[in-house]
Design a binder for this molecule. Sequence first.
Ligand code: UDX
Length: 449
Amino acid sequence: MKLTIIGTGYVGLVAAVCFAKLGHYVTAVDREHIIQDLRENKLAIWEPTLQEMLETCRSDGRLFFETDVAHASKGADALMIAVGTPAGVSGRTDLSQVDHVIAQLKQAEDVCPPFIIMKSTVPVGTCDELEADLHAAGLRTEVVFNPEFLRQGSAINDFMNPDRIVFGCRSHLAKAALHQLYRGINAPIQVCDRRSAELIKYASNAFLAMKISFANMIADVCEDYGADNRQVMQGVGADRRIGPHFLQAGIGYGGSCFSKDLQSLLASGNAIGRSLPLLEATAQINEERIPQLLEKLISIWGNPRGKRLGVLGISFKPHTNDIRDAPFLTLLRLCYLYGIEVQTYDPVVQPATIEGVCQMDTAYEAAAGAHAIIIMTEWPQFAELDWVLMAQLMYQPILLDGRNVLSEEVISRLMAVENVIYIPVGRPMEQTTLTLKRDTSTLRHIYGT
Ligand code: UDX
């Protein structure tokens, strides 16, 4: 098939390389400077295997880049919209980028393909409205909703091996076109009406966010009563009706989807006078995570002003450099308010990405001289650090493990170091009982101070 994809963000670009890999001819469209970089195989996003796939698909002559929507749409079997649909006023979805694409199609003569496949997450009823708008302009195209469930950091694998594929469409022709597009992917396909498909996407993200907030709520109860949240969730998740995924307690969820989609669904409810209390509680629990964790440090420090906090991990999850809605940004705002200095290390987020943040080249440098360390992202290499050395490098060895990444073995080794306080999530904190004489020779050796 000849497919045109508008938008080369996470969803658009991953879809473009994956559909090209499946044997289709794909033209991806975006703004001039973005396309310029893509034509030179330069990626703005860091996603495992995406770079290699992009290069292969281009050299195989299956993937092309364009800047003009009308030109790229001419002769296409389908046009896919994968532009951003960010949060707008009062949580409502900002559809201006979608509207802009539709306006370009209406303006150009004779280019609108028979099917417009909406990949961007849009509020319920949007596809019906867009199709009515196109028909009113004399364009006989069918708008189809085909949600995307990929996770950053495992986007290619999620695209190629999805749990399910959803087609929200009206006609047999549209259904047949979508089947042809996804030929080669082995997954259950659900065909339904467009409104249900639009709601499947929101409800899925809302449910996943709710699972995380539930785990975080129970983690607090575990801390109150001295239970271990990891054991509790293992027991809970072993029930097949519940499932073991998305029950990991920690600093709360971030990223470009969960908060935005939850707010959008709440706004849709509000618009018709329907309250959605489960979603409100989910968002509230999540918003309280970072202030609550910081409070733990402050209760040990006393006065936070002038304290130095080492932060490991900036992005909202491992294996990505995306910092949109990252819990780190909330932490940073609060640190600024309290007068806490922040020094960070992240394996892939480029230094100087965030203004005013002192980004270090190694985790050890982020620990040096700090009054506490907080682990914000569960990069596997953080678990492998020499944590005894990390503690020795710190001014005050307090470790707040926001993702529970340190193993029991590492923790027991740490407990042999003087004055260490280890604060996990969802189980009691551990504290060194020994108070040995502080040996700063390692620090002096590394930094020559
Ligand atoms: C999510 C959805 O999973 C995906 O289906 C949708 O298409 C886009 O939004 P993504 O934002 O890439 O994907 O990340 P995801 O892996 O879902 O994690 C979201 C956030 O939840 C991260 O901050 C992660 O650290 C957090 N999380 C996840 C937890 O705190 N605990 C968990 O158990 C799982």
